[in-house]
Design a protein around this ligand. Structure first.
Ligand code: WT7
Length: 660
């Protein structure tokens, strides 16, 4: 809440620079409003026009939106297209064959340029190799890869033959990978021997071996291993093959498989409020339309731009704004293997200068940690680098606090570059609420307004609109082309998670709290309203971490909550009751360390609690419900002012407050 108050008091508004307005795709607020009005007047007509103008269709669609089976909406359903054709062949046909599609910078600084023509040849070879392995349209392929050209090639190759990919972030554990491989029913896993991050080689293939050995993965017929480091790996005869050998004998031509617009392009697992991750299923047509359109609307991408999204392909941001969006508009983009702090915390700024990056898209956590680094080490302050190529900055993944916003604006953007604070989710496929760089006046800390044609609103528990200035639940009232289609294999969960009957069953519930400014109607996001945490822009379910903790034989019970953190946005705090007596002192420290590592093994290092506190019990109501709101207060180190009279065991609060 502090953030909103400071914004309202300051009312610092930053108008878009005139030069940018003059040539922007959406130029000035009247242009934005005209698009909103067009969508309002003829919703289907508006989206049909966008889909015709921005995508190449093999067979044109005649139907636009079908709401008969709500909330299982379809878009452009009888149209046929291919995502890889739209990203590659189409650019070459338009004369961009020799244009760089990807400038890959490795962890050690080595740069490799890949033109659109090269990329199409590589994607085609890989696609042919997948076909040779028996992969057919509709089959699932799990991709567990480092940030690499090959990672993007693998995704595009799946799209080319109509296989549905499911990328698993390289930081997930063997167990998490095992669960995703099983849920997706994958026939192939694509991986690398190792990944290089910050000068260190980290295993990937060994984790795949471990994951597949855990059982349930008999449907996996082949493992394709990209030789990245040449590190030692075990290859299982008949199952594993080196990618480089596999593609060497393949033709560099591969006819795209034309698929219906609703064909599942990919499944991407994300955390929800219950234990099991959800396989968010996206379409081909509606999704790709969004990837292309938002590259133009939000990033105002131009032929000479050098675009850099620092996300990993394991997250939705890396899908939409690395693997698909930049290619769908024929842009040149940077793909970066490493980390922002290696060899030093000036890496991002140095790379922006070296590659003359003009549109830069990163996460608030990265900005906040680089602010700290720059304060400590003036040599890595962005002011030390030539960042004059920048024209637009972006932020994604979590709320950006006004202080970090100002620093980013002044020190990275030199006060010249609009910041697009883009609110969206794995489920939305692409941007939903965001400023437009050549139109929207900016207010630090606000993601401003919905994109044209997206019916974002704030409602109360009964589904009624709340007035501006009053907080509520963020919803989207009409289906939009790039929305989630279902949860893979679990349509019931899709309905109950996103279209609760209390809201009428047809309105998309985002899971975030939000408030609109009284005067401007600008949105400010207040964080999740469910049991989902956002740690460094990574989404984590508290129940998932709790299940991981109680899976440890020494743990009797666990409750996980979030605590605000200056750098990571939120930090994970776990309250744990052991089967043995409550540990104290050094034993508590030792066991906390063990449990942190345990969670790292169960889920992945990103899920390790920052703080673990042991108690004899957890605060519970008489009916046995854990009172998490009290734990949140304790985690923050604040005094409990709420009513605790319904507690069965109030004395436990004192103990947990002291436990460290
Ligand atoms: C959740 C979605 C968006 C792609 C990366 C994360 C939070 C995302 C913002 C923003 C405030 C944001 C929300 C959302 N979030 N962007 N600009 N301002 N909060 O995708 O893992 O699906 O997480 O991230 O809480 O619900 P995700």
């Amino acid at each position: 809440m502090a953030a909103i108050e400071s914004v309202l008091q300051e009312q610092r508004v930053f108008a878009p620079p005139q030069a940018l307005v003059a040539q922007a795709k959406i130029s000035g607020m009247p242009a934005y409003e005209a698009l909103c009005a067009e969508a309002d007047k003829d919703y289907e007509g508006f989206w049909a026009r966008q889909a015709r103008e921005n995508l190449a269709w093999h067979k044109p669609f005649t139907r636009v939106l079908d709401e008969t089976n709500a909330p299982f909406y379809t878009w452009f359903e009888d149209g046929q297209l291919n995502a890889s054709y739209n990203c590659l062949d189409r650019q070459i046909e338009a004369g961009l064959g020799d244009k760089n599609a990807i400038l890959f910078e490795a962890d050690d600084g080595t740069v490799t340029a890949v033109t659109y023509r090269d990329l199409l040849a590589r994607v085609s070879r890989f696609a042919n190799a997948l076909k040779a392995k028996g992969v057919k349209k509709g089959d699932r392929v799990v991709i567990y890869m480092p940030m690499s050209v090959e990672g993007v090639v693998a995704m595009q190759a799946c799209a080319r033959i109509g296989a549905t990919h499911s990328v698993v972030f390289g930081g997930f554990s063997a167990k998490s990978l095992n669960e995703r491989v099983i849920d997706a029913g994958a026939v192939v896993v694509v991986t690398a021997d190792e990944q290089m991050r910050g000068g260190k080689a980290l295993p990937l293939k060994a984790i795949v071996d471990e994951a597949l050995a855990m059982g349930g993965c008999e449907h996996v017929k082949s493992v394709i291993v990209y030789r990245r480091t040449g590190g030692n790996v075990t290859m299982q005869a008949g199952r594993d093959e080196v990618l480089q050998d596999l593609v060497a004998g393949q033709s560099d031509q591969c006819e795209p498989e034309w698929v219906g617009a609703e064909h599942p392009l990919f499944i991407l697992y994300t955390s929800g409020s219950t234990g099991k991750p959800k396989g968010v299923q996206h379409s081909t047509g509606g999704y790709l339309l969004w990837a292309s359109l938002t590259m133009q609307w939000t990033f105002d991408i131009k032929p000479d731009d050098v675009f850099w999204c620092t996300a990993d392909i394991g997250w939705i941001t890396g899908h939409t704004y690395i693997a698909y969006g930049p290619l769908a508009v024929g842009a040149t983009q940077i793909v970066f293997e490493g980390v922002p702090t290696y060899p030093n915390a000036g890496r991002f700024w140095e790379m922006i200068a070296r590659h003359k990056v003009s549109v830069f898209y990163t996460a608030p956590t990265a900005i906040r940690s680089l602010i700290k680094a720059a304060e400590q080490t003036p040599a890595v302050h962005p002011k030390q680098y030539d960042l004059s190529s920048l024209r637009i900055l972006g932020s994604v993944g979590e709320p950006i606090n006004p202080e970090a916003w100002m620093w980013y604006y002044e020190n990275v953007g030199g006060g010249r570059c609009p910041i697009v604070d883009t609110w969206w989710q794995t489920e939305t496929g692409g941007h939903v609420i965001t400023p437009l760089p050549g139109a929207t006046p900016l207010v630090p800390g606000s993601c401003t307004l919905g994109l044209p044609g997206v019916a974002v609103a704030i409602v109360d528990e009964t589904g009624q609109d709340v007035p501006n200035g009053q907080g509520g639940m963020l919803v989207i009232k009409r289906p939009w082309p790039s929305m989630i289609r279902t949860i893979w294999g679990d349509p019931e969960r899709y309905k109950s998670s996103y279209f609760p009957s209390e809201l009428g069953g047809k309105i998309y519930l985002a899971g975030d709290g939000s408030i609109r400014d009284i005067k401007t109607g600008y949105f400010t996001i207040m964080g999740r309203i469910d049991d989902v945490l956002n740690v460094s822009g990574h989404r984590m379910g508290t129940m998932e971490i709790e299940s991981a903790l109680v899976a440890n034989p020494i743990v009797a019970e666990a409750a996980v909550v979030g605590r605000p953190d200056d750098t990571t946005g939120e930090a994970i705090v776990a309250f744990v009751v052991l089967k043995r007596s409550r540990p104290t002192g050094d034993e508590a420290k030792q066991l906390a360390l063990e449990l942190r590592n345990w969670v790292g093994k169960e889920i992945g290092p990103i899920a390790k609690p920052k703080d673990i506190r042991f108690g004899d019990n957890l605060p519970k109501t008489r009916s046995g419900k854990i009172m998490r709101r009290l734990l949140r207060v304790i985690a923050k180190g604040e005094e409990i002012t709420q009513d605790t009279s319904t507690l069965e065991n109030p004395a436990i609060l004192e103990q947990l407050k002291q436990a460290q």
